[in-house]
Design a protein around this ligand. Structure first.
Ligand SMILES: Nc1ncnc2c1ncn2[C@@H]1O[C@H](COP(=O)(O)OP(=O)(O)OP(=O)(O)O)[C@@H](O)[C@H]1O
Ligand SMILES: [Mg+2]
Length: 375
């Protein structure tokens, strides 16, 4: 059992986590729809992926779609696909996620954000395994395992008439609740040590140690951002540390202690601060800057490696041609390259561009590319 958990990359020895792994192993072999709920950053996607990996669909990739990141007008076409000419701009016929995920798993994140009109159609797919592409005259049949996730209380949404009750009943038949980190504090130490060693390994840094007061602070802290916040705090503390020993002080400025926002987002009052705080501030600014540069570098090299076309773009920049320096044009080129590299997967493309998926959709709409299909 512990072996499987390790293989799945799930950290945590609390009873809560072990029970969740048990449920996953139990429900994985069937095709039953699973709803995962829990606060932001608790590990919903981790568990969704684990469930897929122990299912018979594991040899195919799990597809993910964030219902909250996509404009309502585009969500149905993303989910169900469309035929050529079915609406203005539908130049080509296109497969939706249900079809792309045939024989695999589709992870629908932020399901609470799905518009009511789409919920009706979604429920029909769950019940019949069939759907109509937009503009099509006959139905398409698929074999897809659905995992849905939400950090909203769906019952509240049902009460507010924002979520269909019939769909809610259907989804909650197998529901996995991932408790917040503050309710399974015994996992904190393991998470901290795991994220620290991973970060040091990936960044070629010597291992770090946690002083007792640091572990105590991490143990006591309520972690409103859950595991994601812990991971970020550990990584930033290591990046700012100078001697490989993390103390409570290494974390104090990074956490929302006493209801304050983390120091990173606060204007730093240099007049009041000691040399130490001032130095930390400079280190932190440098760290953020270095992160930005590394991300930019990676983006540029990804695009270059991908198809060599970026070289032309680079050249044209050097030519100082006014048209090629046009921000909109450059942005459009970058977006297209990112989409090509991501094989048309907008979530991945948004990641390459380091913008949110919603922003990417907004930009695509602005460029008249809402129907873009990467070749
Ligand atoms: N049990 C776990 N084992 C290993 N890593 C975990 C675990 N839980 C969470 N993480 C890590 O914490 C981070 C957040 O997890 P994840 O993205 O799955 O959260 P989420 O619940 O989907 O968050 P959101 O609601 O914001 O989408 C990720 O880096 C993930 O790898
Ligand atoms: Mg998630």
């Amino acid at each position: 059992m512990e072996d499987i958990q390790k293989k799945l990359g799930i950290i945590g020895r609390s009873k809560e986590i072990r029970d969740l792994v048990d449920i996953i192993l139990q429900v994985a072999p069937s095709d039953i729809t699973v709803l995962i709920y829990g606060e932001s950053g608790v590990g919903k996607e981790v568990f969704a992926h684990a469930l897929h990996m122990v299912s018979k669909r594991a040899q195919k990739e799990m597809l993910s779609l964030n219902c909250g990141a996509i404009p309502e007008s585009l969500l149905e076409s993303e989910l169900f696909g469309h035929t050529k000419g079915s609406f203005t701009g539908a130049i080509e016929s296109r497969k939706g996620y249900f079809e792309l995920a045939d024989n695999a798993t589709l992870f629908l994140d932020e399901i609470g954000e799905m518009p009511l009109s789409t919920q009706v159609k979604f429920l029909r797919v769950l019940e019949t395994k069939e759907f109509m592409k937009i503009g099509a005259e006959k139905t398409t049949r698929v074999d897809v395992r659905i995992i849905a996730a939400t950090n909203k209380n769906l019952q509240d949404l049902v009460d507010e008439k924002k979520f269909r009750e019939d769909l809610y009943f259907r989804l909650k038949a197998v529901a996995l609740e991932i408790p917040p980190l503050r309710k399974r504090r015994q996992d904190i130490e393991e998470f901290a040590l795991h994220f620290a060693s991973l970060y040091c390994k990936n960044n070629q840094r010597p291992p770090v140690e946690f002083a007792t007061d640091a572990m105590n602070l991490l143990y006591e802290y309520p972690w409103p951002g859950n595991v994601r916040e812990l991971k970020n705090a550990v990584e930033t503390a290591i990046a700012l540390s100078r001697n490989g020993l993390l103390t409570a002080d290494s974390f104090r400025n990074l956490l929302r202690i006493d209801g304050r926002a983390p120091a990173k987002n606060l204007p730093v009052r240099l007049n009041k601060s000691s040399d130490e705080v001032e130095r930390d501030f400079i280190y932190r600014a440098l760290f953020e800057l270095k992160k930005d540069i590394l991300e930019l570098k990676e983006m540029v090299s990804n695009l270059t490696v991908n198809n060599g076309q970026f070289g032309d773009f680079h050249m044209s920049m050097a030519n100082d041609d006014r048209d090629d320096l046009n921000v909109d044009k450059v942005e459009k080129e970058l977006i297209l390259k990112a989409l090509q590299k991501a094989g048309g997967n907008k979530r991945k493309a948004a990641m390459y561009l380091n913008i949110s998926e919603r922003t990417l959709y907004r930009k695509l709409e602005k460029l008249g590319f809402e129907d873009f299909d990467a070749k």
